[in-house]
Design a protein around this ligand. Structure first.
Ligand SMILES: Nc1nc2c(ncn2[C@@H]2O[C@H](COP(=O)(O)OP(=O)(O)O)[C@@H](O)[C@H]2O)c(=O)[nH]1
Ligand SMILES: [Mg+2]
Length: 263
């Protein structure tokens, strides 16, 4: 029986994925929920993150660059495919941990996770019946209405690619002032408000395009409550737990959850 929940942390480079995986793991530990962490970023140079299962034990960006005479970008793409070839080893290693939750840190370059076919194989291999995506909204982008909408579209793209339930997380909330934070949260709560904010920011004759885009977003990502978190202030982690639990422990997951064949 595969009862553990798997959470994939994704978002643009520098959004705070690695930091959040670390902070959330600590929070889960402190609250009596054993968790395991997986690093799927072959190029990470973080020295502070010590994941339980590390793709770099099998695939390392620097070695891929050397062995295949590739630059960093080419090596990232090659590595994304090499990871898929090693994913059953990763899974086996992960199965050695007793964990209620598996926190997966995805590659630093968002497009490698979102757009490579290999990522689907990776998610299929690692996911049990209970999986969820946590998409991080970086305040650097999310603080403007157009940046916020662009992130909503990226989130909808990942959701659409992986067909997994998603939670929207506003990372690094501590860098925002209270008024700015309220404004951003307001956009999530009220799409009409967001729409007019975008139109004020980018007055364009093509109102039609923008209106239709909002309709698509409403259909694709109707649930867009943003959860503000900060790893610096350790805030929002309890709300992240509640949101993922609602999905993993029933709620949305309930309709489709059947006992898996493996386990
Ligand atoms: N102020 C602040 N900075 C953060 C927070 N989380 C991450 N950072 C910083 O943002 C940068 C990118 O974080 P990282 O976790 O490596 O992002 P990743 O590329 O998505 O894995 C680093 O300099 C972190 O120290 C946060 O909650 N608040
Ligand atoms: Mg990272």
């Amino acid at each position: 029986m595969d009862e553990r929940g798997t959470i994939y942390f994704t978002g643009t480079a520098g959004a705070g994925k690695t930091s959040l995986v670390q902070a959330y793991r600590e929070w889960l530990d402190q609250n009596g929920h054993p968790a395991a962490t997986v690093n799927l970023d072959p190029g990470t140079e973080s020295t502070t993150f010590d994941p339980d299962v590390d793709i770099r034990d099998w695939v390392r960006l620097s070695e891929v660059m050397q062995e295949h005479s590739l630059g960093p970008n080419g090596a990232q793409v090659a590595a994304a495919d090499l990871i898929a070839l090693k994913i059953f080893e990763v899974r086996q290693s992960l199965d050695g941990f007793r964990a209620d939750y598996v926190l997966v840190d995805t590659p630093g370059q968002f497009e490698l996770f979102a757009f490579r076919e290999a990522s689907k194989a990776i998610v299929d291999a690692l996911s049990g019946d209970r999986s969820v995506l946590a998409f991080l909204f970086d305040p650097a982008l999310a603080r403007t209405p157009s940046g916020y909408v662009a992130l909503q579209m990226l989130a909808a793209t990942v959701e659409f690619r992986f067909r997994l339930p998603i939670v929207h997380v506003l990372s690094k909330a501590d860098v925002l002032g209270p008024a700015q934070l309220q404004e951003i949260l307001g956009w999530g709560d009220d799409p009409m408000h967001l729409e007019s904010a975008v139109q004020q920011e980018l007055p364009t004759p093509d109102v039609q395009l923008s209106t239709e885009m909002f309709r698509v977003l409403e259909t694709m990502a109707p649930q867009s409550t943003l959860l503000p978190t900060s790893t610096v202030e350790s805030t929002g982690l309890d709300a992240l737990y509640e949101a993922t639990e609602r999905i993993l422990g029933g709620g949305e997951a309930e309709e489709s959850s059947e006992p898996g064949p493996d386990g």
